[in-house]
Design a protein around this ligand. Structure first.
Ligand code: ADP
Length: 505
């Protein structure tokens, strides 16, 4: 039988999964294993590095077994991963010097504050496309070297830094390559988008020796063979990609202006911006889409902090539904929100408002407001927030995209998808394979081994499941958006008043 199956290893924040795709891009089998989250102090999040490797290997072995295939039927493996999470290990022994510091971890917030106070935010944005934040790897590396007293060892080249893609490649691929791909590099806050290399000024700023950094490879590139002991035979490992970038690829967003939104706990929107990084001053990040055959493609990225989490709140705190899926039935009991708007700013508001003081705000409640109106307002809030990001991206691009491609757990909700089409005034396209992150990593691996010539050749693997077309007329859209904007302004005004009264007390 020909080597035609592609496998994605999706190393996420809470679990590691392996997904086997058939030659037609259909899901054949998958396996997943969760691992322990470590919270040593409030706001700190760590992973045990060995857990990441073990659960990845186990899921791969299990998925291959379930698919009933042999290693010689696998064309290639692609790795996609939680981004920014930082590891440092001994180049000789592979022993980590510390646990993995997870992207969510806030322990380095003070380092970032200092950088902002020193007026270095503009430099960082110009070089990396990012706004300085503790999420990204740079401050985490600084912290780890300092706390473990290993600066000199790093300078002597005895230590390796890597994000999760890099750590897995080192542990799973024969010959232990020390590599990372351009999408993962772009999340370290040390990668210069224009030169496509580590930035000397930023390395100096964070006092990070170049000797510890991985070689930056293409997103689709044959980096070596899987260690034989894992599946009993070597298999090419041919892609490394950060999870959101793999999803953009898996959604077939290959043209400038193509955009996808992932509806999970939060929402992640990425738009392909073509050959040049696009800068903006509204808080969107400029980043890599991918790099194939040394040709970089760029993207804009924005996120909604509370997406599906608003539905979890209806379920877990308000108790008006017992499952996330029930939100659709409850919200469908009413034709509209009857003037109720909900801004789920539980942890502040992101782009374009950027107010970390903002808190959840419900407005427009009249005596007739029912649970169904609140559920409907919660679903709408996911679509309105996503639309705010889409509008920013549309401004940067200069014209509205044709359609929004969607994935993630909450896209199962047809009502929410219809709301998105109505609010944004564009088609919403839900693909047959909603595992777009895994599909993207698998297709990239296919390109890495030459199974597909380029993006376009891989495109036929994206197939539509359902299209949602906008029903609202322009006036309705404008009126509703105005009401949403007023609700956001209310949340921002309340935050301002609260800040002022805190300052007085
Ligand atoms: P993550 O990867 O962030 O864990 P998932 O893609 O698994 O997220 O999606 C889970 C999120 O989607 C949860 O926040 C949940 O509340 C929401 N969700 C799942 N199903 C539905 C649904 N049918 N309607 C609305 N929200 C949903």
């Amino acid at each position: 039988m020909s080597k035609a199956f592609l496998i994605a290893l999706d190393q996420g924040t809470t679990s590691s999964r392996a997904i086997v795709f058939t030659p037609q891009g259909r899901l054949s089998a998958s396996a997943a294993f969760e691992f322990t989250q470590h919270y040593p102090k409030p706001g700190w999040v760590e992973h045990e590095p060995q857990d990441l490797v073990d659960t990845t290997v186990r899921s791969l072995q299990e998925a291959v077994k379930k698919a009933g295939i042999t290693p010689d039927q696998i064309a290639a493996i692609g790795i996609t991963n939680q981004r920014e999470t930082t590891l440092i290990w001994d180049r000789k022994t592979g022993q980590p010097i510390y646990n993995a510091i997870v992207w969510q971890c806030r322990r380095t917030a003070a380092i970032i504050e200092r950088i902002k106070q020193d007026g270095l935010a503009a430099l960082i944005k110009d070089r990396t496309g990012l706004l300085p934040d503790a999420y990204f790897s740079a401050s985490k590396i600084r912290w780890m070297l300092q706390e473990t007293g290993t600066q000199l060892r790093a300078e002597a080249g005895e230590l390796c830094f890597g994000t999760v893609d890099s750590y897995l490649a080192w542990h799973l691929v024969k010959g232990r390559p020390h590599v990372t791909d351009a999408t993962n590099a772009a999340r370290t806050m040390l990668f210069n988008l224009k030169t496509q290399d580590w930035d000397e000024d930023l390395l100096r700023l964070f006092n990070i020796p170049r000797a510890m950094l991985p070689r930056i490879v293409n997103t689709a590139e044959h980096i070596g063979e899987l260690d034989e002991h894992i599946l009993g035979a070597p298999v090419p490992v041919a892609a490394l990609a950060g999870d959101q970038h793999a999803a953009l690829f898996g959604q077939g967003c290959f043209q400038t202006g193509d955009v996808k939104n992932t509806y999970g706990t939060g929402c992640f929107m990425l738009m392909n911006t073509g050959d040049t990084p696009v800068s903006n001053d509204k808080g969107l990040l400029s980043t890599m889409a991918w790099r194939i055959k040394d040709r970089p493609v760029f993207a804009l990225e924005g996120s909604v902090f509370v997406g599906g989490a608003a539905v979890q709140w209806l379920r877990d705190e308000l108790g008006i539904i017992t499952s996330a899926a029930q939100s659709e039935a409850l919200a469908s009991q009413v034709a509209d929100t009857n003037g109720v708007y909900f801004v789920p700013a539980f942890t502040g508001l992101g782009a374009p408002h950027w107010d970390m003081y903002a808190r959840g705000t419900l407005v427009g409640i009249s005596r007739g407001a029912k649970a169904a109106h609140i559920a409907r307002a919660a679903l709408e809030s996911i679509a309105y927030q996503s639309n705010d990001l889409l509008s920013l991206m549309t401004d940067c691009l200069g014209h509205a995209p044709d359609a929004l491609r969607v994935d993630g757990g909450a896209t199962a909700n047809d009502l929410l998808m219809q709301m998105q089409a109505d609010i944004s005034g564009i088609k919403v396209l839900r693909p047959q394979v909603v595992e777009t992150t895994a599909l993207g990593a698998a297709l990239l691996a296919g390109i890495g081994v030459g199974m597909f010539e380029n993006e376009q050749a891989a495109a036929s693997n994206w197939q539509l499941e359902k299209e949602f077309s906008p029903n609202w007329d322009l006036l309705t859209r404008q009126n509703r958006k105005r009401c949403w904007n007023n609700a956001v302004k209310t949340a921002l005004f309340e935050a301002k008043l609260r800040k002022e009264s805190e300052a007085c007390s």
